[in-house]
Design a protein around this ligand. Sequence first.
Ligand SMILES: Nc1ncnc2c1ncn2[C@@H]1O[C@H](COP(=O)(O)OP(=O)(O)O[C@H]2O[C@H](CO)[C@@H](O)[C@H](O)[C@H]2O)[C@@H](O)[C@H]1O
Length: 552
Amino acid sequence: MEVLRVARPALAASSAPGSRPLRGAPRRLPPGAWRAAGSAPRLRRRLGDLPLTFCAAEKREEVLPPAFEEKDESEVLLPAEAPGSGPCFDEAPEVLGAEGSKGRMRSSTIAATVSEEKHENVGEEKQSRPVIRYNIIFVTAEAAPYSKTGGLGDVCGSLPIALAARGHRVMVVSPRYLDGVSDEKFANAVDTGCRIKISCFGGQQEVAFFQEYRAGVDWVFVDHLSYHRPGNPYGDVYGAYGDNQWVFPTWARTHALDPGKSVNLLKGAVVTVDRIVTVSQGYSWEITTPEGGYGLHELLNSRKSVLNGITNGIDVGDWDPASDQHIQFHYSVNDLSGKVKCKMALQEEFGLDVRPDCPLIGFIGRLDMQKGTDLIMMAMPELMKEDIQFVMLGSGDAGTEQWMRTAESIYRDKFRGWVGFNVAISHRITAGCDILLMPSRFEPCGLNQLYAMRYGTVPVVHATGGLKDTVENFNPYANEGSGKGTGWAFSPLSKDSMLKALNLAIRTYRDFKPSWEGLMKRGMSKDFTWDNAAAQYEQVFGWAFIDPPYVR
Ligand SMILES: Nc1ncnc2c1ncn2[C@@H]1O[C@H](COP(=O)(O)OP(=O)(O)O[C@H]2O[C@H](CO)[C@@H](O)[C@H](O)[C@H]2O)[C@@H](O)[C@H]1O
């Protein structure tokens, strides 16, 4: 099976930053030009012809779709195909499975080409600084606000905008999910009129493309009947969809012992792409170890020289305690008074005793082994002996959902669980809690700890992946006793070490108020903007153009 064809022309090999684009004069297109005003953008060129960056944000794979074709054949940004070289999808993407050894597997793929370059004069010395403008395509299973089940949606909804704001031409390609409930999210996306046929599900399937230009980005939505059904992108009340990519549906299996596992698309990407990016540096190292690589560590090790980690940013407009539309009271690092009001409002909303001094611990996330919810369940009887309150928001594993309901009835005065996916409540928990608990087994980056810090909510996390990179352990003795750090990162991953970290946090909250305020303020003052990450992605794109293509 050919997952990606990366047969590339000399363009990519020699378009190093600072050099001139190779093929003719660069054409400047205004943002949104992909809309191909008045006509459908014709989609023909393949992603396989572009430098590819695989962003292992998570591990469920997306078949790399074919790319698009620019309307103007004089466009120099993409390698030209022979005129009339066939339909857009002249090679059917094979929707096959991957060996999912754990959890859900998701990913996004980024392709970039150089479109133009110019030189800016910087400072009084009039130094020349080359600024490269890239054409960037994200191919993703989720992009907020159109679709989101977790952090992938957040990242693919924000990073493209941050890159566009830095002057790049950015397109995001994602499915047009119509679930009958939130279809209006796609209301502004117009039908481009473009139709193509792909071989799939044992026949020729017609696929359409919708498009919206927003926030400097072209959002292209792939439309097919299989995306029109109730439920989320990966499953419904009956469980995961039978036609998901990572497992063959039962009817397609070849014999009784065939478990449905098949070609590993993630591996295919790792083997062929020019650059691999994970969403934190820590995680990029972890996946090269037997513990973190889940069978792919040797392969990833062999590609270590092109493996990078870039810590995610957050949408600081959406997640701002000074203006958040989902919370009743507002606050900032200079005036924290609104935070305790948010806490009291949350206690009231959840039917807990309104006790501003009682440590309130929160958890938000998918109920999944990845998130360490089993550890929370194990530790709850001991934790509930403390004078604390605990609120938990999440959906996923049915057994954990049921456990949340049971825990609520057992610990009536201390525990509340909200089963479901609710963005407004996630904001209110982030603002109202004192402590956010994230005992993730593994965590490529993690966003909730970043949101928490921005809201003055102190994270207690397992020291893994991006959590370890972003949460700095509290040291009360540093800086002449004024303290250092933004939370607690515990290790190993055990009930006891988690409880120890939580107890330290609870004690600090209760007995060392100035230290607690220092923790809050240091977290709130961190720079989590996407611009920082976007600048690092630019650097990776630059490296991709310097190197010769990995696969020709
Ligand atoms: N029940 C619920 N109701 C409302 N909102 C909910 C919710 N459950 C989760 N969310 C939201 O979904 C997002 C979860 O993001 P995370 O990064 O914490 O985890 P996730 O594992 O989904 O992301 C994966 O991708 C991201 C992005 O790269 C990585 O940070 C991460 O490590 C990786 O596992 C947050 O915005 C959170 O608030």
